[in-house]
Ligand binder design. Sequence first.
Ligand code: M6R
Length: 589
Amino acid sequence: MCGIVGYIGKKRAAPVLIDGLKKLEYRGYDSAGIAVMDGDNMMVIKRCGRVAALDEVRGLSGTIGIGHTRWATHGTPSERNAHPHCYGRIAVVHNGIIENAARLRATCEARGEVFVSDTDSEVAAHIIAHYFETKNDLLLAVHCAAKEFSGSFALAVLAVGEDEIVCARRASPLIVAEGEGEGLVASDIPALAAKGRRAYVLEDGELARLTREKVQIFDADLALRLREPYILNETELSPGKGRYAHFMRKEIEEIPDAVRNSLFLPDMARNSRVCDVLCHAYYFDIVACGTAYHSGLCFACAAERLLRVPTRVHIASEYRYTDPIVPRGTLTIAVSQSGETADTLAAARLARERASSVIAVTNVARSSISRLADVTVLTGAGREVAVAATKSFQAQLATLYSLLAVLAKQKNIPFFPLENFSDLTKETIQKSECIAGWSSYFLDARSVFFLGRGADRCAAMEGSLKLKEITYLPSEGYAAGELKHGTLALVDSRTPVVAIITDPRLIDKTMNAVHEVYARGAKVFLVTCFPELCAQKEVAASVLIPACDPELSPMLSVIPLQLLAYHVALALGNDPDKPRNLAKSVTVE
Ligand code: M6R
């Protein structure tokens, strides 16, 4: 949700900022802007749309500046609402939501100040400028202003005539770094990565001052904080697309590696903290959002069916406002690819307050969720750039199923050999090649249904989310048996249906739903591991995936659904990597 960069050093700032913003574009791409200072001359350039629109100003002179790529919260995507926002001598870039912005804005307007945008972020520029006039010290001004803001913010601030950048953080991520004669700030590591740079993750409430000589970190009382740096290396740079047209396609191909690198086999876990926390759990609670929530649903199917551990799966944004009941012996597992999702963080924090142990399952070391949890288990998906999560889903399943394998070993319960999954996912990708041919049937669909029962229903829900987010087609992942209780009214010849059948116990039951939709004119597409079903007259086309334990089958059955979404998006002319209205990392409520 919005990406921030800042640079002070020996190089020209504009290209450093623009290149940094391109690496943060997954966080938002409604509009972008930079402010660069050359002596006392502050130049502010904003553009609608992608960061590349700023390339024409790479030649700007000045060795200090800040930049921003936006995902709109307050105010439409437009140049007027793009950052940096300026007032008086101050320029600000902001990620987060200042929740009391309306009240603060009224105070500023009562002083006669005029606003030029609809954003909460412009309010930050006004309040900081107000304090800067009286304190004449940028760090003090930001410190005083931050105390007035409620909500979340990561801020980077410039003042005309001051050779420094001041930053502040509450709830939104911010990382500062120093190299030889340079200081940098960004919302995420890839925008900072260069061999040898020393990075510091700011904690909530902290501020930082970046000069050409050093980076200083201060706590909420402005006491200097000393901290060990984390040394950046080149592997943290953003990956390229390689031979693929899109990151999403490349990331689907990377699923077998992601799975292999995310497995956590029982022998590796022996005597570990994870093992300890797991074995003391009577109940599991999952808190997560989006695709990670669906991983949680898949985990719950397996945990309850295979290990008989009662498991509840919570949408994190709901959990945090439901006054949750957290019985003694509950282990909360917070699942988040980015480790920065605001709702998941808040839910995990609440679980801890209610005396639950918390395991974080995340793809990002040193992320906020891993700093909050008792134990972190890292998924090994590698960096995922496309906004639509693909390989991180299978990586999360690999890690979550591994936790169950550890527990199964403790309880002497036989468990599916997870080490087979990497090869099985590879085989599934190969067998799903034919999916490209399905896309023409979806182009003028009125809506799409994904049907399944048990674990297949969880897969259906993830398949539907994928289709929605990159094709913009209305779609639903539905319990196959529930259809006839109302939703069947929506089905006609313009409603393609994708059925997922991987459980031998449920073949006939889900096939009943297939007959019902077929009888109403729907074209039925099938993802299954049972060859005999592919030949049924109701089935327009099918993908035959390898068989595995049915409780763990979403690991495989979701792959063709990811590919279906990808191919339909392409056929519709959409950019599958950057769907409209969405951002990769949702750091606001
Ligand atoms: O980083 P997280 O796993 O916490 O993100 C959660 C969701 O925002 C994310 O899965 C989102 O739903 C994806 N765009 C789905 O493809």
